[in-house]
Design a protein around this ligand. Sequence first.
Ligand code: HEC
Ligand code: HEC
Ligand code: HEC
Length: 450
Amino acid sequence: MKCFLRLAGGLAVLGVVALLAFIYVPVKRTAPSEELAAGWQPEPGQGEYVMHASDCVACHTAPGGEPLAGGRAIASPMGTIWSTNITPDPETGIGGWTLDEFRASLVDGIAADGTHLYPAMPYENYRLMTEADIRALYGYMMNEVEPVRNEVETTSLAFPFNLRFGIRAWNWLALGHASGPSAEIAGTPEARGRYLVEGAGHCAACHSPRTPFMSQDGVTAADGNFLAGGVIDGWNAPALHGDGSALKDWSVAELAAYLATGRNAHSAANGEMGLVVEHSLQHLSDADNLAMAAFLKGLDGDAGGIPETLAANSGSLPEAPADAAGEATAAMLTEAQPGMPEGARLYLDNCSGCHFVTGKGAPEIFPELAGNSLVTGSETGPLLSVILNGADVPPTGKRPMHLVMQGYAERLDDGEIAELASFLRSAWGNDAPAVSAADVAAVRGAAATH
Ligand code: HEC
Ligand code: HEC
Ligand code: HEC
């Protein structure tokens, strides 16, 4: 709440600054970041590929609605923002938009009628896309997407957030990066990976922290807090590099497999990340998922060469934990004794059949719970929700197996789940604070009202 007040205060001041800016500065669209040769044409399929890589469907599709026809409610600290219809319907969509108008929505966050878009539309990231990709995307949106007539809800936030020109001042603060890619994109796979992660993939929109003004703190790899971990809708979007990141124990091939299929030997993609895999990353080439993985691992200086394929499912169990903490927990669980802590006993009875006493699970089938960022995250809601309601990683083209974990809401009470979750957060070398029965009750209650 405090943070929200600070934000509201900050934005109110910005509103005044913006009012002055509004009087003096006309709306200006940024020119293309590069000149393309006369007669330039996209590669066949390029536009659709860019659409997948940038995941326009994620936000511009209502639950159960037509793809890209808008109407998804996006929660923000300022209130609900409704995504728009971006099919080429001339009246309710973007059918009449020129290339320049379309580019301005991606690069400057300016709609065709000159209004400023709320940064829920991730133009902070899309402005790093090449002119060629923007043009290919425009061609695809205008010519290959079916027009859908769909009048979406109008966004009306409370004062002062309803004053869209205030966004101009916000842009002035937040859009520190020129349009166009932040670095050379050709040459190495890492450079291609960087381009996809920073631009179209807009990974920083979830995985970078936010400034007090709610802009992304770390948009490109040159920025301090780039992908240092963020929170989205009560989920941890974990750090993707650095000492605290689970990725330090993943190989490039394993990381690429997680991106392409939502699973690998260590983890499974839940919540928003499951959707990113389902709608976006599974449609990219293995080469591009490997390139992104190599770039991310390279942030810690340990890419170690790029394999040719995603990590295959070896089918064999990983070796028992080598570290002392992991062995101590496994040994304690193996020798079930009467005095065993309740959380450990509950794990042995309910969970170890799939996730094993080692907490290592089985590659690409049962996720590893040791060192798992969903288990140890500062936001405990996702872990408690998985235990209560189960988990459901979407099947993908490359891993069609549909894996579902049942929930334990009926079998275990709040106190038992708190003990169990606290055990998981401290077993096998995991080192995160305990959760309380009240935490569990809150997540159980929230699920019931949905
Ligand atoms: C993270 C969510 C998100 C993603 C991803 C996203 N958008 Fe948006 N977009 C929005 C929201 C929300 C709005 C409405 C903002 C507003 O009302 O100010 C919007 C507005 C727009 C508009 C303005 C339409 C109008 O009628 O004013 C265009 C054009 C647009 N988006 C295109 C795209 C394209 C193309 C992509 C993929 C490259 C994309 N968006 C990806 C959330 C998103
Ligand atoms: C809409 C928000 C969102 C976007 C965009 C997003 N992620 Fe995520 N990501 C998440 C969340 C939430 C999780 C945690 C999922 C879980 O706990 O199962 C996650 C988890 C991950 C993980 C696993 C980390 C770990 O420690 O287990 C990786 C790797 C990852 N994301 C990579 C990416 C990459 C690369 C991109 C861009 C191409 C991206 N993400 C875009 C929200 C997002
Ligand atoms: C029948 C096998 C099975 C049992 C028993 C089981 N799980 Fe799972 N668990 C899975 C599968 C499969 C997944 C991956 C599916 C997914 O995440 O959507 C999973 C995922 C998870 C995750 C999310 C990990 C991640 O990286 O996303 C957690 C946490 C978890 N289980 C904890 C538990 C706990 C605690 C218990 C006991 C109360 C338990 N599981 C019992 C099969 C099982």
